[in-house]
Design a protein around this ligand. Structure first.
Ligand SMILES: [Zn+2]
Length: 138
């Protein structure tokens, strides 16, 4: 990898660097969600085993810890869902109709394949005979 502050870096290299940073951010958000979910269950289990005496009709400490931690896991999930595509800057997993699919293998808007470092990946090949506005260049 090249340094993105390197003035001799090509545009493609700079794009790849930006994409690599974006995918790292995505990966961190996934790990944060996973760790918060697993950590919450573990913490609730520890709290429940530490304070096993439950009075009938009262909420156990483990359940209370679990219920209080759900918003934190939800916030981690929202952070992942709001992750933006490094190419089009829209939510990567959200289609235009608002439907979220976190298992989507490519951007819902521009088709960038997941984990791609190529800014042009997933785009249809350009036809040199057709200009940017769709007019023929013959
Ligand atoms: Zn996109």
């Amino acid at each position: 990898m090249t340094d993105s502050s390197d003035p001799t870096a090509t545009g493609a290299d700079a794009g790849s660097e930006a994409f690599a940073r974006a995918w790292l951010s995505y990966r961190r958000r996934w790990w944060l969600l996973l760790a918060s979910g697993v950590g919450l269950v573990a913490l609730a289990a520890v709290a429940d085993s530490t304070f096993p005496e439950h009075e009938p009709g009262k909420v156990g400490v483990g359940l209370l810890v679990f219920l209080c931690g759900i918003p934190l896991v939800g916030a981690a999930g929202l952070g992942l869902a709001a992750w933006q595509c490094p190419r089009c800057r829209h939510d990567f997993f959200q289609a235009e109709d608002g439907w979220q699919n976190p298992w989507r293998p490519q951007c819902a808007r521009c088709g960038l394949p997941k984990w791609s470092l190529d800014p042009n990946a997933g785009r249809p090949p350009r036809n040199p005979a057709i200009g940017p506005a769709g007019e023929r260049q013959d």
